[in-house]
Design a protein around this ligand. Sequence first.
Ligand SMILES: Cc1cc2nc3c(=O)[nH]c(=O)nc-3n(C[C@H](O)[C@H](O)[C@H](O)COP(=O)(O)OP(=O)(O)OC[C@H]3O[C@@H](n4cnc5c(N)ncnc54)[C@H](O)[C@@H]3O)c2cc1C
Ligand SMILES: NC(=O)c1ccc[n+]([C@@H]2O[C@H](COP(=O)([O-])OP(=O)(O)OC[C@H]3O[C@@H](n4cnc5c(N)ncnc54)[C@H](O)[C@@H]3O)[C@@H](O)[C@H]2O)c1
Length: 478
Amino acid sequence: MTEQTLTVDVVVIGAGAVGENVAERTARAGLETLLVERDLVGGECSYWACMPSKALLRSGAALQAARSVQGARQAVTGQLDAAAVLRRRDGFTSHWDDAGQVRWVHDAGIRLLRGTARLAGVRQVSVAGADGGHSSIEARCAVVLATGSTPTVPPVDGLDALDFWGTREATAAAEVPQSLLVLGGGVSGTELAQAYARLGARVTLVARRDLLGRYPEPARRLVEKGLRADGVDLRLNTAIRTAGRDADGYRLELAPDGGAPEQVGGARLLVATGRKPALAGLGLEELGLEPERLRVDPSGQVRGVDGGWLYAAGDAAGKAQLTHQGKYQGRAAGDAIAARAAGELDGEPAAWSPWAATADEAAVPSVVFSDPEVAMVGLTADMARERGLDVCTTELPISVAGSSLHADGYAGWAQMVVDEDRRVVVGMTFAGPDVAELLHAATIAVVGQVPVDRLWHAVPSYPTISEVWLRLLEKYGL
Ligand SMILES: Cc1cc2nc3c(=O)[nH]c(=O)nc-3n(C[C@H](O)[C@H](O)[C@H](O)COP(=O)(O)OP(=O)(O)OC[C@H]3O[C@@H](n4cnc5c(N)ncnc54)[C@H](O)[C@@H]3O)c2cc1C
Ligand SMILES: NC(=O)c1ccc[n+]([C@@H]2O[C@H](COP(=O)([O-])OP(=O)(O)OC[C@H]3O[C@@H](n4cnc5c(N)ncnc54)[C@H](O)[C@@H]3O)[C@@H](O)[C@H]2O)c1
């Protein structure tokens, strides 16, 4: 049992992808850094989110890709080997063993403490150790909250009493259920519904609104079509009245718009209805801060804290819940802590400086790894108009030589949003098979604020799907 009192430069609470990045940057700058983790080092993304969910999807996508090309289709006569897919997934989660990540932490010169941390005053952290001990830690420079997020459960009558799956159980499942009822039409619900349908489960997805509500409608329609083609029973725009269990499994009673109530069921129920910053129990109230949501400056420094010693990054900071964006915030926060400690940064950092996560406001890339995929960066036309921009939207089906070679009957869609005053691209969305890899070019265009007249000279190789850029610019008027 460890009983100790420590003083270090920086304490990072939470060793997910984001906490690891913060700690790596402060340690690299020579600050003595302590990382506190109560569960597996590597966090949600490595063990119960990005990696296992993408591993569950990838084999089905590869099979479908072969099936969609004449000649290859004839060579593929069997079904997915679900057990082999699960074994491959287990490899990507290192069998839920964090030894490799712990080695990385040590090699990066970061100290690791296993336990549950809470704030115990100004620059003070108290840790209830995993070994039953206790540590009182003082941070000379900063404490960083990189505690991630927790799932939210909707107020559906009867749901609380059920032992339903969350995304953790769905991504770590040891076998494929015969049938799966998915509640939630967001990114997690969509991806996991398709993964399980392709692994052989009979899947019903229930959503109170549209599927993937924040993405443009033509992209959503393509994904709906893809899910239906895999046999997913989509029950969209429906109120959910009650949840319960019977001998056959789980039941939801639905009240579709204007229709009679009906029941849907499944051997398992997955609830994927969003997540909120994991800020409860951290002692924020005692510091006069709201435990529901923090306000942070572009370097992650929590506003309203005297001395500016408290930071937040990643899901805990309450912005985009995406690993890559959280890691970016983590790098900015780590570098800002080091710069402030060295007297190189005073006050709020300038936009686009190394200490500011400026892209959070204008250029967040995201990919829905369904089949077809949806890849989006920056602003949709509606978001741009809400910000008062005068935008021109150009959209078209993806139908170029590269796409028709890529898959027979390729169905895709692309949209470009241009700020007419500056004549720069502020948003791009692609939907279609394998469009994820098109996204980074769009991210560079948005972040670089590349004028469309110069983009005209970025010639896409022939015959690639990227030729859709040329078609969009032509349709725009170049
Ligand atoms: C099913 C699913 C699939 C996803 N797929 C993708 C994807 O493909 N791409 C993508 O970009 N994003 C994806 N995400 C989102 C991504 O998982 C999160 O944005 C990311 O994990 C956030 O990282 P984080 O470090 O902020 O939090 P986490 O990874 O949750 O890490 C927080 C860590 O803090 C620890 N902790 C919390 N409180 C304390 C405490 N008091 N003391 C000590 N330790 C504590 C936790 O144990 C945890 O390890 C997905 C999410 C889900 C649910
Ligand atoms: N590919 C990826 O990058 C990826 C994959 C999965 C998850 N994620 C991230 O993880 C986060 C969590 O994913 P998620 O899918 O749980 O959240 P989400 O916010 O994407 O979707 C939540 C869904 O639940 C529905 N919902 C909310 N309250 C409800 C209620 N009371 N009744 C019925 N439905 C309700 C919403 O309408 C929405 O469709 C997301 O922010 C996402 O960015 C990313």
